[in-house]
Each structure stands twice: as C-alpha cells, then as structure tokens.
Design a protein around this ligand. Structure first.
Ligand code: GLN
Length: 219
C-alpha cells in the first residue's frame, strides 16, 4: 500500500490519517526532514497557514519539503495547506511566506461569515482521477484561488453569494501536475474524492488524466 506522509506540525492531522487509512494507504506523520524519505505522496492539512509557515522554519522542513514536492511527490494541500503551496498570497499575515509551488494566488479567509464552517457541496472536475462529480466538504475560513497560471487546472468550484444578492463561482480546488490543492475540508465530511485523486496521482501520470474544467484564468 502507498505510504502517504501527513505534515503533522499543526492543524487537522488525524482526520487525514483516518481518510488515508480508509482508502488503504499507510499514513505517516511528518515532523522532520528525514520523515520525507520513502514517501509515495504527501498531505498538507489545514490549520493556520501563517503558523504552519513559521513552524516549517523551526523544524527545518521548508527546503526539504519544497524540493520533495517540486521533484514530483504527489501532494494534496487542504485549506491552510493550499495557502502554503501557493506562489502568491493576496493578504498574507505580517511576514508570512509560502512555498511557491502552485502557480496560483490565494486570498485567505475569503468567504466571510456566510459560509463560515458550513458544509458545502463543490463541483469537482475529476482532476487527478478522471471522476467528475461533487466534493462534500466543510468551508472553515477557507481561502479562494483568485488567479492561476497556464499550467494549473481548476479542480473544484463552489457557488457563493455576492454582496449585491447575485451568485458567482469561486475556485476552491486546483491541480498542477501531481499537486492538488483544495480550499475545503473533505476529510471532515468523509468525502474521499480528493484523497482518491491524490492516490491516483501516485500511479497515473497526471498529464494523461481527463476531466478538467476548462476555464479562462488567470483572472
Ligand atoms: N484561513 C486559514 C489560513 O489562512 C486556513 C483555515 C483552515 O485551514 N481551515 O491559514
């Protein structure tokens, strides 16, 4: 069974470990650089991205993590994990950096009270495993993907209300090669879709996988 590291510095680690175990993978907590050795894939959980960012330096994981993911390790970042993977943060906390792996910009805490901690159903394009459908997940101070480069596919969108009473589609999931990022917490609702996509990226070359939404981006 594939060995999947879960960055275990802060945030919702146990729920990801449970989900991975349910899908037949072996979850391995990662707190030190040596624990990246021999992994088939990696999950970066939610939490608080500015805290995660600082902890990476404390434990010396910033460079090893960047090298491992940049070198092709299939990775799923959720919520704060997505923020950490982004190239640009529109509204960083003071001094906050990110790994710059996904060619996207994100806005932290993008959805305000209206979908704060609320369970939602996003549209899932099937990025990573060719199974389009939906993603049932919790939005907890979720980030929005506000721009994305040419190599980035939109993997999930969510309908949100606008201040003038209208509606719009917000991008809440992306994939770039073997790296998947989602704004939402599907590990809390038990929806295996995103984790399945991660495990599929371990065995299938992501470039050959169908099912992406075609969007105009960058915005
Ligand atoms: N908004 C938080 C951040 O920027 C993420 C919240 C979460 O992971 N649930 O880190």
């Amino acid at each position: 069974s594939p060995s999947v590291g879960v960055l275990a510095l802060q945030g919702g680690v146990a729920e990801h470990e449970r989900m991975l175990a349910a899908l037949g993978a072996q979850a391995v907590p990662v707190r030190r650089p040596a624990e990246l050795d021999g992994l088939d894939a990696l999950v970066i959980p939610g939490g608080e991205s500015s805290v995660l960012d600082r902890l990476l330096d404390v434990v010396g994981l910033r460079e090893p993590l960047t090298e491992a993911i940049g070198g092709g390790l299939p990775t799923l970042g959720t919520c704060a994990g997505l923020v950490l993977l982004a190239r640009r943060i529109d509204n960083p906390a003071p001094g906050q950096r990110s790994l710059g792996i996904l060619d996207i910009a994100v806005r932290r805490n993008a959805f305000g009270r209206q979908v704060d901690s609320v369970e939602t159903v996003a549209t899932w394009s099937g990025a990573g495993d060719g199974r389009p459908g939906s993603l049932r997940a919790a939005a907890i101070r979720a980030p929005e993907v506000t721009a994305w480069g040419e190599g980035v596919k939109v993997a999930a969108t969510m309908t949100v209300a606008t201040s003038d009473g209208g509606r719009r589609e917000a991008v809440v999931g992306v994939r770039q090669g073997a790296v998947i990022g989602i704004s939402l917490h599907s590990e809390l609702t038990g929806d295996p879709t995103a984790h399945r996509a991660l495990l599929a990226a371990v065995t299938s070359p992501p470039s050959q996988l169908p099912g992406d939404l075609h969007r105009a981006g960058p915005t």
